[in-house]
Design a protein around this ligand. Structure first.
Ligand code: DQA
Length: 148
């Protein structure tokens, strides 16, 4: 089965961006580890990062045509603003898990609202990069993959 990992705006800056909030690991480093973890569970994980809302929407649309089984997404700031991304995920009918590195409930109040959480299979917040691994484990279990 194929999984799609999507990272939204400014996550390309991980490692340099507010390290006190987001940690010191780069996105490449994190994605590499998550990809290897997915492979160990028998899942093929494709990664896409974009700073552009429309590109994220287009990528979700493409995922339906590709037969992607599960999406793990950190929509970054678009979490709090994007009805377009919500609509794309609804249209795709692909189950997804929302991930945030930081605990969005312990920050500015505008980060507490997500346009995606109520339609997600689940939400993982506040565990840093481990959140992606936890999401892969949850997706693997939902897809009935044997534990390794
Ligand atoms: C984030 C939280 C968002 O509020 C913020 O805009 C981000 C990253 C996180 O992973 O903690 O860019 O999604």
């Amino acid at each position: 089965p194929q999984l799609l990992l999507i990272n939204g705006p400014n996550l390309n800056l991980l490692g340099n961006r507010e390290p006190g909030v987001y940690g010191s690991r780069t996105l490449d480093d994190i994605v590499d580890e998550v990809q290897r973890h997915a492979a160990s569970l028998g899942l093929d994980l494709v990664h896409f990062q974009s700073n552009h809302e429309g590109e994220l929407v287009t990528r979700v649309q493409q995922a339906s045509r590709e037969g992607v089984s599960y999406i793990v997404i950190n929509p970054a700031a678009y979490t709090h603003t994007s009805i377009a991304l919500r609509d794309a995920l609804l249209a795709s009918d692909i189950p997804f898990i929302e991930v945030h590195l930081s605990n969005i409930h312990a920050r500015e109040s505008f980060r507490r609202h997500s346009y995606l959480s109520d339609i997600a299979s689940g939400v993982i917040v506040g565990f840093g990069p481990s959140g992606y691994r936890l999401a892969i484990d949850a997706a693997a279990s939902a897809l009935g993959m044997p534990r390794s």
